[in-house]
Design a protein around this ligand. Structure first.
Ligand SMILES: Cc1cc2c(cc1C)N(C[C@H](O)[C@H](O)[C@H](O)COP(=O)(O)O)c1[nH]c(=O)[nH]c(=O)c1N2
Length: 217
């Protein structure tokens, strides 16, 4: 099957206009068929040895979200103390989650023992199951953007908070907590770039030819 030029352009448009969303969530409900489509897109991610180690826990209850938000608040304070004075004052002004404002949260987990201990492609690098789960997150993030839904990844929370709030067994690894909802708008650039936290690296510095270090073709 060939991809048409219009379809190609739509994929790139989705990639370049995807944003991490925190402040712009609207409360509008996400229809079940839309939620099913983005979860199905996530479920079609590549995975090491076709292991499909992920699970998706959908969170709609404000009570459960409040537990997670309380965990974020503690972890956020703990994190602030790790920055030097100048960065700390900038850091504390950032909005780094939309847990309560977004209508749906999704916790993405990885069952590292799914399908037994020996997995094609994970024999030498055991972390490949976690990377596969991140591929599912990215599929979900892009599919959501194609549905005009915003996604915000919240990693400033301890695993035990999520395990407790969501009844996740001890042997299941947490990969992501995502906030999902319709948005007032998508920013044209990452917020951290706009606020001068960090610039986007030049692509020419990121691409190396024939080995580490030679960055111009
Ligand atoms: C693994 C991981 C973890 C996090 C993030 C991303 C990823 C990939 N990001 C979002 C991150 O700040 C954002 O992706 C970059 O700033 C680039 O912006 P865009 O995603 O292009 O808008 C993120 N953002 C946030 O506000 N709180 C968070 O805890 C996290 N955690």
């Amino acid at each position: 099957m060939q991809i048409t030029n219009d379809e190609r352009d739509a994929v790139y448009k989705t990639i370049f206009s995807r944003r991490d969303v925190r402040s712009e969530f609207k409360p509008d409900a996400i229809p079940d068929d839309v939620l099913t489509r983005i979860l199905t897109a996530a479920h079609h991610a590549p995975s090491v040895g076709f292991m499909q180690p992920w699970d998706f826990i959908v969170v709609k209850s404000q009570q459960t979200k409040a537990k997670i938000k309380a965990g974020f608040d503690l972890a956020h304070a703990e994190s602030a103390a790790m920055f030097n004075d100048e960065k700390m004052s900038k850091y504390t002004k950032l909005k780094l989650e939309g847990i309560l404002e977004s209508p749906i949260g999704i916790c993405v987990t990885c069952d590292r023992s799914r399908n037994g201990p020996v997995v094609i492609g994970r024999t030498i690098n055991p972390e490949m199951d976690l990377y596969s789960t991140v591929c599912a997150v990215q599929n979900l993030w892009l599919a959501a953007r194609a549905e005009n839904l915003g996604v915000g990844w919240v990693s400033i929370v301890h695993d035990d908070v999520l395990k407790d709030a969501l009844n996740i067994p001890d042997d299941i690894s947490i990969v992501a907590y995502l906030c999902i909802g319709y948005v007032s708008h998508f920013n044209d650039k990452p917020e951290l770039e706009k606020l001068g936290w960090l610039p986007r690296r030049n692509i020419d510095a990121a691409v190396h030819f024939e080995g580490w270090g030679k960055t111009a073709n």
